[in-house]
Design a protein around this ligand. Sequence first.
Ligand code: ATP
Ligand code: MG
Length: 571
Amino acid sequence: MRYSQILLPTLKESPAEAEVVSHVLMLRAGFMRKLTAGIYTYLPFGLAAIRKVENIVREEMNRAGAQELLMPMVQPADLWRETGRYEKYGPELLRFHDRHERESCLGPTHEEVITDIARKELHSYRNLPVNLYQIQTKFRDEIRPRFGLMRGREFIMKDAYSFDVSDEAAGISYMKMYDAYKRIFTRCGLEFRAVQADSGAIGGSFSHEFMVLAKTGEDTIVICKDCEYAANMEKAVVKLVASATTEAPADLEKVETPGKRKVDAVCDFLGIESSRLVKTLVFKADGNPVAVLVRGDHEVEEVKLKNLLGVADVEMADDLEVFNATGVPTGYLGPVGISIRVVADQEVAEMRNFYVGGNEKNYHLKNVNFGRDFQVEAVADLRQITAEDPCPECGGRLEMTQGIEVGHVFKLGTGYSQSMNASFQDSDGQEKHFVMGCYGIGVSRVVAAAIEQNHDENGIVFPMPLAPYTVIVLNLGIKDEALTAVAEKVYRELQAAGLEVIIDDRDERPGLKFKDADLLGIPYRLTVGNSFLKSGKIEIRRRSDGITEEMTPDQAVASLHARISAELKQQ
Ligand code: ATP
Ligand code: MG
């Protein structure tokens, strides 16, 4: 490819709209341009990187025995009504009417469509197991589209669905995908972890997320330093250490805390540790207020709360909503005499003689005791795990790190096949519901995550397998016949050797060419400049470590061919 001919509009400055480094670099390196919130045009260079991921995904899915198909993006509401999701899915599902007033939606995921295929086309146990996948544009009307391709409204996903005769067989299909995902992300050249993930209503450890490790990741991952345990913080179970206190319950007292509303301020004022105070936080669970009790030094894990309450969505209530629901100003809410539903974190039930809000401005209560002074609807593990907690599996030491979710494998069971009445005849002659699994990869997000993990102050540092080109040849002597002849010759020879090469044949200053080559993150740079006229040598530079070497053009072609083939094979 010739730089002078490709649409590769690089930018010198960081665009104001971008907050994270991958978004900045993808705009600066001309990967894409925004059409409207969360919706992008992929320009040739960006699309080439996406295609690299797609190809690896496709090869490994096929290798694992899955079959590619392509489902429609526009889907009828009636199909979604069969599973109840047309109503339940929430505003991420874009619903609309066609010209005949038929209700429709844009596919955010394809369980309904694929289950419809299965019930119509798969009739016997002899057809199973089957795993069907597609690589396709999804639409989710995300509340906060951001970070470019990381969280778009329109994005490219690989989604696969498996159909099995039994739970056991579905477990095998699940493990096949788990292994395929490991190969995929290894082949992409990424540092990643598979972690146990929240599986909502299904429970159990039948859901894993694949996380690309990056400081800027939105997800927090908990990893045990002493065993294999790794989980998304949303899912990580807090091991309850029963309290050994022998303290006798003391009399309840009202204490004045003038103007002290925040945990730290109250604790400073009262001269107590924050672990002696219980916070009462109000959440909206599908819109209805629920108070959650958690120790002052802990945080509520919203996913655990959502699962306990069995609702689709929980969100922190704002000050006005808290006041409207309880009649108590923010900062003074407590469980004693509260008028709304209350649930408590398990550790609150172990505490003795603690402090809570007094349900009255400027007052807290002292020597409060669970059961004696107030009741709750449920006690459960509702808080976020911390690095100080023991590993839930081996009791060992935990470590927290940040990750970007690029893939998700999930055992679905028979939820969809039952609600859509999708069944097959088993070997015993009985009609049974398919046992399903679903497996997603955010193909476009993988590219963003790869950049988030691999960049420096000068630009992208592509892992070799994802680089749109593996070599960039810089011709620094466009107006010099001898230099141009050498540059063009190495370009042709590298191409003939099967490498993906771009030649910077623009009539631009050397400084700009160097800057753009760094920005684009192409793994090897070959520079043909004035020094060739003296020494007969050209320069090879590796993007990842900046190591340079000088050699003759022939040596350079042979050396690059050998190195790049070896590096690609390693993956
Ligand atoms: P998230 O928690 O990030 O919203 P999700 O749980 O909604 O993800 P899935 O429904 O499991 O995601 O989708 C499969 C994969 O698609 C995810 O692992 C992720 O890589 C990708 N993905 C999901 N939403 C988006 C988005 N808005 N933009 C880009 N990729 C996405
Ligand atoms: Mg989502």
